[in-house]
Design a protein around this ligand. Structure first.
Ligand SMILES: Cc1cc2nc3c(=O)[nH]c(=O)nc-3n(C[C@H](O)[C@H](O)[C@H](O)COP(=O)(O)OP(=O)(O)OC[C@H]3O[C@@H](n4cnc5c(N)ncnc54)[C@H](O)[C@@H]3O)c2cc1C
Length: 437
């Protein structure tokens, strides 16, 4: 995969490689003018551009990305479309409003994606299967009890599972217990991103391999890309953890790099050892624990490393080292499949804030930002995309109110303190992970 710009790492291997290549959209090579410009074509930018187009059917909306589609976090994630977030610790009645707000946001994103997939017959292996949350170590066992209590209090449909029941469902006896939450979906994320881009409204123009280098804010914004200038009345930044000259929001998020491996397709005999469900997704109840999927095409995908790598993807050498950690976790859970090789190895970078909240902000009358989803941005990013479009159009809808009411992300110090702090905090995420890794 060619590099659009050395700043924007573009290495692939992973979900995008599991599907046929697509013809990318052209880059911008001459000056353009538009009412709206959306920077970043992940879930947030795709959703924002769509909503802007719906509200303003006569306006031209430019959606551009530094990379090719699917080479961002949106195309590299594990494919869990979460409806109910897991808040660690015991249920707190005083936090009820926060719990409800976060889940309302998730649900807006989930509903939007589900409808788009259905209405446009997007082939992305979408399955409304619900999501498993599991505990392998004693600290996450306690977390499992907290989560089940939380789900009960909130009257969210779920099924608690013993060690044996987890085995019956998933074919692994590694977990002490778990719980299945009914509401939530799984999909192949790169296929979904491609499908969403193919079905954008007619007044959205998508450009790839077009990095924004500079933004000159004035009555009309001038956005500088390598071969052209784009003049736009309003600019929405949906560019996750990445920055560019001229847009100077306060430093409140960093990029954390995650990595995972995906096996070859399992044979019928291997597949038969994996319990009663044909396709499933497991999230760990420990924040440093492994996420594991049995995909629709019968592969197992495992993701269990996270580190601060200066906002970059991992190099091949780093990836090969991380794969030993993936392998160990895989063999622990599926000793019957320890002969099954991994076929794909990948990393992805996600925006994370110090207090694990999101950013939804108007920097000025013509510059907005939505992003930073702390590893849970498929449904949230989609909802934030809708919200930021409505906010920029002056609407005071319920999604706008919910996004604005979220806790604000804390300010972070500049480098080199930032690097140290981010490295340390990411490492802390694995404290007590034990068997959950
Ligand atoms: C390995 C991994 C697993 C994950 N698993 C899950 C999961 O299962 N479920 C879940 O909900 N979330 C998951 N996440 C998080 C989720 O993927 C992200 O929160 C979400 O994709 C963020 O979407 P986004 O559109 O805000 O950002 P991105 O997808 O990162 O898109 C931002 C885009 O902005 C572009 N950009 C940046 N700067 C510029 C510039 N100057 N000019 C032009 N373009 C620019 C980038 O190229 C990029 O394409 C995971 C993340 C990772 C990395």
């Amino acid at each position: 995969m060619g590099q659009a710009n050395p700043i924007f790492d573009n290495e692939t291997l992973g979900w995008v490689d599991l599907i046929p290549p697509r013809q990318s959209q052209p880059k911008i090579s001459s000056d353009l003018e538009a009412k709206w410009l959306v920077i970043g074509a992940g879930f947030t930018g795709l959703s924002c551009a769509r909503r802007l187009a719906e509200i303003n059917p006569k306006d031209k909306i430019i959606l551009l990305d530094a990379r090719e589609l699917g080479q961002n976090a949106s195309g590299r994630n594990s494919g869990y479309a979460v409806a109910h977030s897991h808040f660690s610790g015991a249920y707190k009645e005083s936090d009820l409003e926060k719990y409800q707000r976060v889940d309302r946001i998730n649900q807006v994103g989930l509903n939007s994606l589900r409808t788009l997939v259905k209405d446009n017959t997007i082939n992305c292996d979408w399955i409304d299967s619900g999501i498993y949350h599991t505990a392998a170590d004693s600290s996450s066992e306690i977390e499992c009890d907290h989560f089940i209590n939380y789900l009960k209090k909130r009257e969210i449909k779920h099924t608690p599972l013993s060690n044996e029941e987890v085995y019956d469902h998933l074919g692994t006896s590694w977990y002490k217990k778990g719980v299945k939450v009914d509401n939530g979906a799984l999909m192949q994320p790169a296929k979904l991103v491609f499908g969403l881009a193919e079905n954008l409204p007619g007044n959205v123009e998508l450009y790839e391999n077009t990095p924004v280098l500079n933004l000159i804010l004035d009555k009309t914004n001038k956005v500088i890309v390598p071969d052209a200038t784009i003049t736009a009345d309003k600019v929405i930044m949906a560019c996750n953890y990445e920055k560019f000259e001229g847009a100077k929001p306060k430093q409140r998020l960093v990029g954390v790099t995650l990595s995972g491996s995906i096996t070859r397709v399992l044979t019928n005999e291997e597949f038969a050892t994996l319990g009663s469900q044909s396709s499933w997704g497991v999230l760990s109840l420990h924040s440093g624990g492994a996420t594991i999927r049995l995909t629709d095409d019968r592969r197992i995908a495992i993701r269990n490393t996270a580190e601060y790598n200066n906002h970059r993807l991992l190099t091949k050498k780093q990836l090969i080292k991380r794969q030993q950690i993936h392998r160990q976790a895989f063999d622990n859970r599926f000793p019957q499949l320890s002969h099954v090789p991994f076929e794909h190895l990948y990393s992805g970078v996600e925006g994370v804030s110090a207090n694990k909240t999101n950013i939804f902000e108007k920097f000025s009358d013509n510059l907005y930002y939505a992003g930073c989803f702390n590893g849970s941005g498929i449904t949230k990013g989609t909802a934030f995309g809708i919200g930021i479009a409505e906010y920029a159009c002056g609407k005071n809808s319920s999604i706008v109110k919910d996004c604005l009411a979220l806790e604000k992300a804390k300010w972070l110090p500049p480098k080199p303190l930032l690097d140290l702090g981010a490295w340390f905090t990411t490492k802390q995420r694995f404290k007590g992970v034990g068997r959950d890794r």
